[in-house]
Ligand binder design. Structure first.
Ligand code: NDP
Length: 277
């Protein structure tokens, strides 16, 4: 349908009457009325960092956004006040919490059609020093959350014959990173999950893709000492700068759109040329 804003779908087209009072299906702005309903998008970890940029970009593209977070109420309330985006607190590492949280979102906003699995944590340590809980927390939050979030939603997407699932992986899942066996394993697992679910969802109009960001200018990276950033990190990035959260958000908006219907099971490497798969 030409002229529609991405993220908006028409669910009913009105007809007008011609001079003789007959029904006249029109094709210009004056001759028919469109009733539009914004698609609902859920962004996990959507109140800070990359997730906040994704939530804002989806809202700007016309989606009705629900931003999930774990426990930082202050940041979430500030985000809500600034953006007007609904925020929902639950732990994505818990299946029951995800199922209940998604039920609440659907009661408030309607069926979820776009899911962005962005929430992630690091608990870095060399393997010989890594505690079992460091392993488990990172696997459960980064990778377990994909099952916990997708499983309660997948039947609805299959029934409606439409879905967009976008998983935020990492360059370190593609190349591995010293001190991050847990994180690299989880992020590589996200890519495998993406490819498998893409095959399952293809006939049902569900696309599943991953984005693997490189170093992004978030609070985490801003905390790195300036000389470490300039001497060790930036020289590894051929474009000579960090990525911005909004650059990841723009990839998400594209993958969520109707225009990206051909793309499924893929991973977009958004890393400034730092690593080629
Ligand atoms: P931040 O630490 O800035 O934000 C993380 C968000 O996830 C917060 O909203 C946080 O909630 C939420 N969160 C964390 N744990 C849970 C949980 N158990 N349940 C629900 N929400 C949770 O992260 P970034 O923006 O840096 O990273 C976002 C994603 O991008 C992650 O998956 C990360 O691995 C990936 N990534 C980041 C890169 C970077 O350079 N920053 C590079 C490559 C990948 P709360 O505010 O309540 O704590």
């Amino acid at each position: 349908m030409p002229g529609l804003v991405p993220g908006i779908h028409v669910f009913k087209l009105g007809h007008t009457k011609d001079v003789d009072g007959r029904d006249k299906p029109g094709h210009d702005a004056e001759s028919f009325r469109e009733e539009r309903m914004a698609r609902v998008a859920v962004v996990t970890g959507g109140t800070r960092g990359i997730g906040a940029a994704i939530s804002k970009a989806l809202k700007a593209a016309g989606y009705n956004v629900a931003a999930n977070y774990a426990g930082n109420d202050e940041a979430a309330q500030k985000f809500k006040a600034e953006t007007g985006i609904n925020v929902y607190k639950w732990d994505v590492s818990s299946y029951d919490a995800c199922a209940a949280g998604l039920k609440q979102v659907e009661a408030d906003l309607g069926p979820v059609e776009v899911l962005v699995n962005n929430a992630g944590i690091t608990r870095d340590a060399m393997l010989h020093r890594m505690k079992p809980e460091q392993w488990k927390q990172v696997i459960d939050t980064n990778l377990g959350s994909l099952f916990n979030m997708c499983q309660p939603l997948i039947n609805g997407m299959r029934e409606r014959k439409f879905g967009r699932i976008i998983n935020i992986s990492s360059i370190n899942g593609q190349k591995g990173q010293m001190g991050q066996t847990n994180y690299s394993a989880a992020k590589a697992g996200e890519i495998g999950f993406t490819k498998a679910l893409a095959q399952e969802g293809a006939r049902a109009g569900i696309t599943v893709n991953a984005i693997a960001p490189g170093y992004i200018n978030t609070e985490m990276v801003q905390a790195v000492p300036k000389d470490v950033l300039e001497k060790s990190i930036l020289p590894q990035i051929p474009i000579g700068r960090l990525g911005e959260p909004e650059e990841i958000a723009r990839c998400v908006v594209f993958l969520a759109s109707d225009d990206a219907g051909l793309i499924t099971g893929s991973t977009i490497s958004a890393n400034g040329g730092q690593f080629f798969v």
